[in-house]
Structures are given as C-alpha cells and as structure tokens.
Design a protein around this ligand. Structure first.
Ligand code: TYD
Ligand code: MG
Length: 477
C-alpha cells in the first residue's frame, strides 16, 4: 500500500494534514484536527487512499454499460408519502425508492420523535411497507415509552420493528433478515463498524457507516433515514462526507425551548430545496403547523399588533415577511443597540448571517449617516427561525435604528426589501404574495421596495414604496 504521510485529519470534513494546526484550512473549523492517517478513512484501500475513495464514491449508483441518454427508459419515480404533510413537503412529496436522507439537528430538537411518527404514519397508510428502526442511542424500552407517549396504535406498533444496537455489522445482519422497506439509523454517531478505525462518531467511522448504509439503499432500492447530531458549532459532525454521499439533507432547526420546529431541505436530488416543514412540539409529539405564517411573531405583534391588544408599540422591533420555501412567513426582528463598554463593540446576529449584519451596518453609516461604531448591536429573529433571504435587510436596519433612536415603528407595520451596497432598496421576489399574507393577518401598513408596491393597492393596507434606505428610515415616528 502506498504510504500516506498525512498524520492529522480534520474531524469535521476529513481533510488530511501533515502537521497539526489550529484551524482546518479546508472547512474553517477550529480545533478539529486529530491524529490519524487519511487512509484510515477509506478502509482496505487497494491503491492510494484518495483513489480508492473516489472509486468507492463513484460506485454508489448501480454499474451499467455505456448507452445513449435518449435510449434510457425511465419511469416517473413513485413516491411513498409519509402521510405527515409538512414532512412530505420537505421530502418533495414522499420517499423515493433507494433514497438516502440525512436528518440533522441539535440533540433534543425532535429528530427521533419525528421519524418515529413518520414511520408509524407510513405503516398506517401502506400496510405492505415494513420499517426497521435502529437506535444506537436509546434502549428498546425507551423507544417503547416514546411510542406510548405518541399514542401509536397497536397494529402499527406490531408492524414497527425496532433494534437497539450500535454495531453496524449486527444492524446489517438484521437488515438482511428483515428486509425492511424503510430503515432508520438513529444516529450515525452512535453506530460503529469493525471495517474502520476510530471511535464511534469519528470521521472514519461516520464515513464508513454512511457508506455501508448508502450502499445497502442503492442495492436494495429501500429508503434509509440517517440521523446526525449537529455539533456545538452548528455543523453536522463529518458534514461534508455525508452530505455528498446522500440524496437529501434535511436540517431540523428551532429553539429547543420554544415549541416551534422547522425542518428545512438543504439538498434534495428528488425535490426542491428550501421548502420548510413546520411543527410544534406538544405533549404527544410533533404536530404539523399547516398555517405557519404568524408563528414567529411575539405576542405583542400578533394580529397585526393592535386589534384587542393593549401593548403600546416598542422600539427596536420590526416585523418582516420572508419567503421561505413556497410560503410567506412573518418573522419579528428584535434589535438592541446600546453604548458599548468594550473597545471592540459587539455585533451579534441570531437567526441570520452575522457577516450580513456587519455589511448592513456599514451601509447604514455610509448611506444614511447613522453610525453604530461605539455601540453594541444585537439582532435576533424571534422564535429560533433562520432567515436566509436578503429581503429581511430593510427590516433589520429599521429595527436597529428604532432601537438606537428609541423610536418605535407604527403598530401593524411590516417591512421588507433587500438593501444594496449603494443604499438602494431592491425588490423582493413575489412581493404581492407577501403583501396579501400580511394583509390577511391584520397588518395595515407596509414599507416595501417601490417596485413591489402594487399599482392598484391592497384593500385595507397603506403601502409605502421606497427606493432608498433613507426614505424607509424616515418612516420611524
Ligand atoms: P427527541 O426526538 O428525543 O430529540 P432528538 O432525537 O433530536 O435528540 O425529542 C426530545 C425532546 O422532545 C425531549 O426534550 C422531550 C420532547 N418531547 C415532547 O415534548 N413531547 C413528546 O411527545 C416527545 C416524544 C418528546
Ligand atoms: Mg434522538
């Protein structure tokens, strides 16, 4: 075997290094380099480790002979819906045969609960299906307790096979014996194979276990769910190696303290990405929230901020409407801007990109003459939701300025629009859909990019179209 001189390897992405260093230059993670040979990662490599790995990746699709694309017959893939509408939405309609789906998220967010509910629902919908739920984290007794709590009916529990096991070899044996149509591996970090070195959860183990499960799915045409824990830094342990191996990557996000949870597709070979599935965690498991547009508002902002509520408008808050997936979602942004006591004032963005906050503050200074360089700036998207859209820019800045000047925005007002580096406010996609949803929820005022202001207006709403950041800020009372 060719000698691989790499002697450190990044636990997060698998990159090899000859010397130890504090940060992985490949994925940017800190303190993730551990002693190890890169060829540990591809067990039983016949030639060079890298070559073998490439070959193994390429062999995930079944081998076939050379043919013209036009000669290949195809069928519209049949999907098995899970019957949980919000989950099917992120899956792109349901399970595709042979699909491997990675479900990532923080511990305690509800991954096991969701999958157990989804499996029970599949069995209820289609009795010819069979499910094997492998848990390396919980004992069979704990699983049964959860099933009881979820109120699964007896016929379903009878059909749902569970295995509490951490050895992949034993799991593979059980899979061969049971031939389930859907397999759940909960979680990849607890499964352990003799075919690779390292402790459970290490790069080499995660890669090999992921590879074996993927191979099985492709060979048998059965669907596999792989549960993966997210590390403190917010990355899936071993993210890259799993993300490109699997067909679909779903992230479960939200505030473990709050009851609302969001499942987001970040990669999907069988559907669109950035669809959201929205759930609430209840006493009896996760309940789908089919009309989620208003759930990320604080109480003071509910029902457009006024009808029947006694709250006076407060400064430092602004409601925006974000288009995550195909549905508009109202999200409240809260800002706190305060005199800084430290030489490097703090900037903290929770629920969106921190770099973007720094950029927006620079635009605010340059194009509206408002400086925050002696201020700590904290901005939070309420409810633990993550905003990925730039259409929230204007609302972020309105919240910041509102806090800085201690001037509230008028009640029942919504703001959206991207802010460009030259201080212009740029239109957002599907502005009319957003405005209609906002009107439906009882808001009666909107500050929007001029290009998004509908010519004929919207009944019951005052719409203020703005072209520049400064025009929008002039609306603060
Ligand atoms: P769990 O599915 O175990 O999370 P994960 O697999 O992502 O680690 O969910 C754990 C939390 O959900 C736990 O704190 C208890 C709570 N929970 C409920 O509130 N209601 C329920 O019906 C269930 C089953 C769990
Ligand atoms: Mg779990």
């Amino acid at each position: 075997m060719a000698k691989d001189r790499t002697s450190f390897v990044c636990e997060a992405c698998g990159q090899g290094y000859s010397k130890w260093q504090g940060q992985c230059t490949d994925c940017g993670a800190w303190n993730t380099l551990v002693p190890g040979q890169r060829h540990d990662l591809a067990a039983a490599a016949p030639s060079s480790a890298a070559g073998a790995r490439a070959g193994r990746m390429a062999s995930l699709a079944p081998a076939s002979s050379l043919q013209s694309l036009s000669d290949i017959a195809f069928e519209e893939t049949e999907r098995q819906p899970t019957g949980i509408e919000e989950f099917d939405r992120v899956l792109g309609g349901g399970l595709v045969p042979g699909a491997v789906i990675l479900l990532g998220g923080d511990p305690g967010i509800g991954k096991s609960t969701l999958l157990l509910q989804a499996m029970a629902s599949i069995l209820k919908l289609a009795s010819e299906q069979s499910v094997l739920y492998v848990s390396g984290e919980e004992s069979a007794g704990q699983l049964a307790m959860r099933a009881h709590r979820l109120g699964l009916d007896a016929a379903v529990s009878q059909q749902l096979k569970v295995l509490s096991e951490t050895s992949l070899e034993k799991v593979l044996q059980a899979m061969e014996a049971a031939q389930p149509s859907v397999l759940v591996a909960d979680s990849i970090q607890t499964l352990y194979t003799e075919m690779a070195s390292g402790a459970p959860g290490s790069v080499s183990q995660v890669r090999e276990v992921g590879y074996q499960l993927t191979q099985w799915a492709k060979r048998t045409g059965r669907a596999v769910f792989i549960v993966g824990h997210v590390t403190k830094e917010g990355a899936l342990a071993g993210p890259r190696l799993l993300e490109h191996m699997v067909d679909t990557v779903l992230y479960f996000e939200g505030d473990a303290q709050a009851s609302f949870r969001v499942v987001r597709a970040v990669k999907n070979r069988f559907g669109t990405v950035n669809e959201l599935g929205v759930f609430a965690m209840t006493e009896r498991g996760l309940k789908a929230v089919t009309n989620p547009s208003a759930m990320f508002l604080s109480e003071a902002q509910l029902s457009g901020g006024d009808t029947g509520s006694s709250h006076a408008p407060v400064s430092g808050t602004c409601v925006t409407v974000s288009l995550e997936g195909s549905r508009p979602l109202l999200v409240e942004l809260q800002a706190l801007v305060d005199d800084s006591q430290v030489p490097n004032p703090r900037r903290l963005a929770v629920g969106f990109d921190g770099q973007r906050l720094a950029m927006l503050l620079a635009i605010l200074h340059r194009h509206a003459g408002i400086a925050c360089f002696d201020q700590d700036v904290f901005v939070n998207a309420v409810g633990g939701v993550r905003i990925q859209e730039t259409a929230a820019d204007l609302a972020i800045l309105v919240a910041v300025v509102s806090s800085l000047r201690n001037r509230p925005l008028a009640k029942g007002c919504v703001v959206f629009g991207e802010v460009g580096l030259t201080g212009e406010v740029r239109p957002a996609a599907r502005g009319l859909d957003r405005l209609k949803e906002v009107a439906r929820l009882g808001f009666h005022r909107a500050i929007v990019p001029a290009a998004n202001a509908p010519k004929s207006g919207i009944k019951g709403m005052e719409i203020i179209g703005v072209r520049r950041l400064s025009e929008a800020l002039a609306q603060l009372s």
